[in-house]
Design a protein around this ligand. Structure first.
Ligand SMILES: C[S@@+](CC[C@H](N)C(=O)[O-])C[C@H]1O[C@@H](n2cnc3c(N)ncnc32)[C@H](O)[C@@H]1O
Length: 282
């Protein structure tokens, strides 16, 4: 119903919250407790206004359309919903110790293997707006300027298409750059401002991917970054994901997770802790 047909009420009531939370859980794995109702309301108000809707029940109806052109509109709006509810906070070289470990421990044997003609795969599995994967690329570049000529690839993926587009564009504001040391600024941006160096792109691929959906990649990974995303999932979803990562990593591969996360459940015996939020696949 379009605003004007009846009085607008942009308050998210309990039943509407439950309906939206169920869609969000199904689409992303993100579990929203009741305490998140005000947050969800404020994040979605802009969508309701943009669509000219009179209230959240109309929004729910739009998201749930299942026929013909309506289904296309509903699918497009579910993408908007995902983008609105995901938290994209990130930063270059966030949780610095992972990049130190990557440079000093994980990468040197992988680079040697790639130079000997072997295959190496790295995955930034919830890359948000890209700072994480560009930090991986910069770390790799310092160790292996010829990475682009080797069978060494870095996959960057996220469920939020808008964040992923920002990641792929590789353009960042002055504020993000100012937080970097001069050395890292040079490594990422060269003398210019704004866009990451084209050389860093050589080994990177960007792809929309939902961690709770199918993973179409063939072959296993040597390194997986999955940081600051499972905190938004419920425990069964977290544990399923750890099991899938255990399958997706080669023996001896590395898993980096966020500062408040830890590997639990049936996959835990397959991961040996090796320092802060760093695990080695047994
Ligand atoms: C807080 S950011 C973390 C970014 C980066 N990994 C870091 O630690 O700085 C969380 C990211 O997880 C993504 N995300 C949430 N649910 C996801 C899912 N089911 N599949 C893939 N990515 C997801 C969000 O879109 C968001 O970009």
């Amino acid at each position: 119903m379009i605003a004007g047909d009846r009085r607008r009420d942009l308050t998210l009531d309990e039943a509407e919250f439950r309906g939206l939370a169920a869609i969000i859980l199904r689409e992303t794995g993100i579990a929203l407790p009741d305490s998140k109702r005000p947050m969800l309301q404020s994040r979605l108000l802009g969508r309701l206004r943009a669509l000219g809707l009179a209230g959240f029940s109309d929004y729910l109806a739009l998201l749930s359309q299942a026929d013909g052109a309506d289904e296309t509109a509903a699918a497009a709006e579910r993408e908007e919903l995902v983008s609105a509810v995901t938290t994209n906070v990130t930063g270059f070289f966030r949780e610095e110790h992972h990049f130190r470990h990557l440079a000093e421990t994980a990468l040197p044997p992988l680079v040697a293997r790639a130079r000997a003609g072997g295959r190496v795969r790295i995955w930034s599995s919830a890359c948000s707006t890209g700072e994480e994967v560009w930090s991986i690329a910069a770390t790799l570049r310092r160790l292996c300027p010829d990475a682009g000529t080797l069978d060494l690839r870095v996959l960057a993926s996220d469920v939020d298409r808008k964040a992923l587009a920002t990641a792929e564009a590789g353009r960042y504001g002055a504020e993000a750059q100012a937080a970097l040391s001069a050395d890292r600024q040079r490594l990422l941006f060269g003398a210019a401002e704004g866009t990451v160096l084209p050389d860093l792109r050589a080994s990177l691929r960007f792809r929309h991917l939902n961690l709770i959906g199918p993973w179409p990649m063939r072959g296993r990974f040597d390194v997986i970054f999955c940081r600051n995303v499972v905190i938004y999932f419920d425990k069964p979803t977290q544990e399923r994901l750890w099991s899938r990562f255990a399958e997706a990593l080669v023996p001896g591969g590395w898993l980096y997770i966020g500062h408040s996360e830890r590997v639990t459940g049936p996959a835990a015996p397959y991961f040996a802790p090796e320092g802060v939020t760093t695990y080695r696949r047994i």
